[in-house]
Design a protein around this ligand. Structure first.
Ligand SMILES: NC(=O)c1ccc[n+]([C@@H]2O[C@H](COP(=O)([O-])OP(=O)(O)OC[C@H]3O[C@@H](n4cnc5c(N)ncnc54)[C@H](OP(=O)(O)O)[C@@H]3O)[C@@H](O)[C@H]2O)c1
Length: 291
């Protein structure tokens, strides 16, 4: 198959394109040049340029991983950047798709909003906060490709554990390494190898369509996350991060972290999807061994 990966230079993209290229022709669209001898690196911008359109048109599968970092204080200008990096890019892709193609589009478990005492699956309602509404608009934009008879698969991703991304921030003590909030709030996560496995399944099995929670069947509380991480990495901080500091640093985003999200991959379990890393300890061990 010919696969067009948009956002290929980001954390998830850069961790999967080599592996996809072992069995497929891969076009990796990035804004900055990358080293990718296994496939073709197309340096472009989905919103500002159109030199990518012919490669997209001749691809069988489009994997859209465009976005930017959400772990910031959401000023109005940052909110616009978060929206543009997802909505404008997805719109550009969908407008250029045709009926023979499959779109695998990133979204996030943030779709459900945050809650201390609820468990979410794919049937759960959309949340009301900024992130939840952004995810809804993003998914709606991607789903427009179904009107062109394209197969659309939406990945509501949990926090992805791999070399880079959120885990690097936690270990780097940006703010997440310490104890946060009550510690009873849930953290839904997925190992990068299982994201890749999901994408491979969704590409080749046409029964995959619609929304999937792409997260481990074993979400953990922040307390358990920290316990597991500190059992593997004794130098991790156990200092409590004051809620007020989190709110000052992260504004609205602090609430997502303080309340957390317990999300289950119900549709993947129905498909009897096999997770290579269903439990956090083995997932962290594998990633830390490579860092
Ligand atoms: N990683 C996670 O834990 C996680 C969890 C839930 C959801 N997600 C979502 O999954 C997606 C992929 O995650 P990630 O961690 O790989 O994100 P990432 O590291 O921020 O990568 C996103 C990539 O999109 C590119 N991009 C943004 N606007 C573009 C444009 N106009 N044209 C071309 N490329 C553009 C960025 O390019 P530049 O490098 O040039 O800026 C960046 O390389 C994101 O949408 C993210 O929100 C991720």
């Amino acid at each position: 198959m010919k696969i067009f990966v948009a956002g290929a230079g980001g954390f998830i993209g850069s961790n999967i394109i080599d592996k996809l290229a072992q069995n497929h022709e891969v076009i990796a669209l990035t804004r900055q040049k990358i080293h990718f001898p296994q496939g073709k690196n197309l340096v472009s911008d989905l919103v500002k340029k159109d030199d990518w359109k012919s490669e997209l048109a001749s691809s069988d599968v489009i994997i859209n991983l465009c976005g930017n970092d959400i772990a910031r204080k959401w000023t109005n200008s940052i909110k616009r950047q978060l929206q543009d990096a997802r909505l404008k890019t997805t719109k550009a892709i969908v407008e250029n798709m045709d009926s023979h193609q499959c779109l695998i589009n990133a979204s996030a478990v943030g779709y459900y909003g945050y809650a201390l005492n609820k468990t979410f699956d794919e049937q759960s309602a959309n949340g009301r906060d900024f992130l939840a509404q952004l995810a809804k608009n993003w998914e709606d934009q991607a789903q427009l490709a179904t009107k062109k008879n394209c197969r659309v698969v939406i990945m509501r991703l949990g926090v992805t554990i791999g070399n880079g991304g959120a885990i690097k921030n936690m270990i780097g003590q940006k703010f997440l390494g310490g104890r946060i909030g009550s510690g009873q709030q849930y953290f839904s996560w997925i190992h990068i190898a299982d994201v890749l496995h999901f994408i491979q399944q969704a590409m080749s099995d046409s029964s995959y369509h619609g929304v999937y929670n792409v997260c481990s069947p074993n979400p953990v509380t922040y307390n358990d996350f920290n316990k597991t991480l500190s059992s593997l990495l004794p130098r991790i901080a156990t200092v409590k991060v004051p809620n007020i500091l989190l709110k000052i640093t992260l504004g609205e985003f602090a609430e997502t972290i303080l309340q957390g999200q317990k999300v289950l991959p119900k549709r993947l379990e129905e498909k009897e999807f096999t997770f290579s890393y269903p439990d956090l300890k083995s997932a962290l061990q594998e990633v830390l061994s490579k860092m």
